[in-house]
Write a new protein. Sequence first.
Length: 419
Amino acid sequence: MKVLLLGSGGREHALAWKLSQSPRLTKLLCAPGNPGTAQWGTNVPVNAESPEAVVALARAEKVDLVVVGPEAPLVAGVADALGAAGIPCFGPVAAAARIEGSKAFAKEIMAEAGVPTAAFRVFTDVAEAEAYAVAQGRIVVKADGLAAGKGVIVAPDVATAREGVRAVGAMGSAGQRMVLEELLEGEEVSLMALCDGERYVLLPLSQDHKRVGDGDAGPNTGGMGAYCPVPFLTGDALIEAGERVIAPTLAALKARGTPLRGVLYAGLMLTKSGPKVLEFNARFGDPETQVLMLQLGEDLLPLLDACARGTLVSRPLVQRPGVSVGVVMAAEGYPEAPRKGQRIDGLDAVPADGRVFLAGVAQKEGDLVTAGGRVLTVCARGDDLVQARERAYAAVSAVRFEGMHFRSDIGARGLRASP
């Protein structure tokens, strides 16, 4: 099969690495890709957010499957254009991708499907939202639109709630509408399922670390690291979460005539009264994908192809034993104003049991340099979480670039919960 992979981040590097292992793969194209994806396929300088350009490339190369990594191409309608051209696509049409592109729409679907979630209200007026937030005191403020993982502000007090509403209201189009919802407490985990519009298979449960600093300090980011599987929701409880969250959501989207073929990602809060959905995404998470690809014990390509063609068989996926951990190394100034152009050294010194997935990286005069906020994800596997963390941080210590920073506590909550 010829496959076209859209995107240029660490998630896409991990997907390219995993897809390259498939005996069914004959050629892998990455648009636009990064220096990491170029190790496993051919990078093509095409705008992944342009439906016309993607269709033209897919036709010219006679690709058998397009795999969409980030959310922006989905919301732009790339999957719609590919469908109209008769080209199979792993990634939902824009109407289904609204479940990520609009927090208010996601809440509407949850209410319709009976999916457990936090109580909420939607506002278009900043002053009204601010008054409501002040009255509530403890609240979560969310931009309705896409904000690159930075449109959520957790406000544990009145002052932060007021500031959060003003900050979201100043985000431009993403914050023209905002969702204010009940602040839930518990462990937050990432439940992802591969879906063909009706049927689904669950990927291993993972846990992201969204705040920039150790102990969940500082502002939200796109994610500073992840590990999987997690000890908080296992066995029958995990299966039940799929039945209560994934299945009814797919049914509601299908009933609207917009079945979701791709990844349905549910950010769950494990509260004392059971799992509740914080948000939905319509694509693989980043950095969760990096550890998920290490943990998956079977060929990814047939699964994605079956989802795109509506022929998926619901069954447990094969997982590798042990645990996978990934640590994001970020540029100086991230998440506010990341510094770019710093030379990256030490990748050739990473131990053999470590693996590096490149993200905000470019090539300049033969060197790899920083070109984004989250520069790369350093991953490792182990027999258990302790060993996987030790190996991951040993690999981190080999990599160097000026101003780099990373969290030193990825997976720590899992350690506390493990027997």
